[in-house]
Design a protein. Sequence first.
Length: 380
Amino acid sequence: MNELSKDELRLLIEKGRAPSLSIYMPTHKAGAEVQQNAIRLKNLLREAEERLVSGGRRAAEAEKFLEPVQALVKNNPFWRQQSSGLALFLCPDFFRSYRLPVEFQPSVVLAERFNVKPLLPLFNTEGRFYVLALSQKDVRLLVCSRYGVKETRPEGMPRNIDEVLKVDAVGKRLRSRSSSSGGTGPRGSTAWTDEVYTKENVLRYLQQIDKTLRSVLKDERDPLIVAGVEYVFSLYRDVNTHPSLVETAIIGNPDQASAEELHAQALPIVEPWFLKEQEEARVRYRQSLGTGLASNNLEEIVPAAHHGRVGYLFVEVGQEKWGTFNPETGKAVLHNGGKKGDEDLIDFAAVQTLGSGGKVYAIHRDRMPDREPVAALFRY
């Protein structure tokens, strides 16, 4: 899979059970270096097998368990369609692979559940957002992060305005009008000056688009940027129900722009949105120190996250802290170097925070609000 939605992330969180194997690795997308991808995975699988055996499983049992991942090693078509990084998740009766625009550090983690912390920058750190490209002739929804973009066409999304109006006109055939000349009229494009595209009809078109988005994005609050002529954007604002519509749009006809070009134009628009939210949380964290509403103590944060108390969690990218958490006693204990049965408690806190609707910022050390690799702002 090339796309990792929040629903997929929740699935990983829910499905993981011992033994849960998480493998991350960087991948080459083209050239002679592509063949190194399979070699790297083969080496990581060898490491995983050694850990399974040292953990008490027989060699034959370990080999059987790893078969779904092992099958990828010689799957040449699979390696010809890579992104910057590959994430693999395997546990009994469950296997997922994701080609993602993140250059992961090679790692193998065997635990009670999947290690998802390396995925978090795709959601809360560098920002996940959407671009809705609107024109008379086409509708495109782009799922974006800082790292890349994927173009989608959700089920139920109208392909163009004529499709909507033909349905509503009870069989009446509407004349089409070419807008290939690319000229502009009083509404920003000759396409919208056709007499059939009255304000009422355009609003009907945009309402159908908003309805589809609402069913697809559901409770998502990630920013939505509109790409379209100014006239259409002004009308779309009137019908929009997405809670995070960005007030600045990519103005112009988006039909000739590629997904990558729209993504590049959207990045500087959406960047302040994410920085503002993150900075506000950082300021609140510093103001709350000493009040009982903020902490950088992981042994305190873990039980708070388990009970849904963490509203915002900052975690340092690449950091791991191993230990145990007993939900019955509510006690978390860190172990230097890690012991058998331990799990990454930073990852645990992140998963619990996301599961209770909190925000997780997986950021680099120079952007952390404190000197520790974890910092939490409590809800109460």
